[in-house]
Design a protein. Structure first.
Length: 141
């Protein structure tokens, strides 16, 4: 790993590069890396993609869906396992925040192994959060 990591907004991030960083991280276990069409849609419809590169090699990605004013869902914070504990993830979260209005809340679903990390960098658990699992239709109330 070089000392020089470059950070940038990268709305045209390539599908294969994204898949490779997911596979080099723990996120591939929870992302549809074998479904290229889904990955293409994830990238095409993201509102904000910020990358960290070591020279030209992609080492980390922050992918978000947001209105930039009220809420931002940080859908992916993927890091190449070889690049852990260097502050790159924290920098990508900060760079994401810098592109949002001060009124915007950052939301995410944590990987089980990352719960302590998010607490350490200032996130708070939200007891009223709910998810509707894939494939399930909302029921009548």
């Amino acid at each position: 790993m070089s000392e020089r990591i470059t950070y940038q907004e990268e709305p045209g991030l390539g599908v294969q590069e994204f898949i490779e960083v997911l596979e080099a991280s723990t996120l591939a276990k929870r992302r549809p890396v074998s479904d290229r069409l889904c990955i293409e849609g994830m990238l095409a419809h993201a509102d904000l993609i910020i990358t960290a590169r070591d020279a030209t090699r992609l080492v980390r990605v922050a992918r978000s869906v947001t209105d930039f004013h009220y809420c931002c869902y940080l859908a992916d914070l993927a890091v190449d396992d070889r690049c852990q504990h260097q502050g790159i993830g924290t920098r990508l979260i900060r760079d994401t925040q810098d592109r949002l209005r001060p009124t915007c809340r950052l939301l995410l679903l944590s990987a089980p192994a990352a719960v302590d990390y998010y607490r350490k960098v200032g996130f708070e658990r939200h007891p009223q959060a709910w998810t509707l699992p894939r494939g399930r239709t909302v029921r009548r109330s």
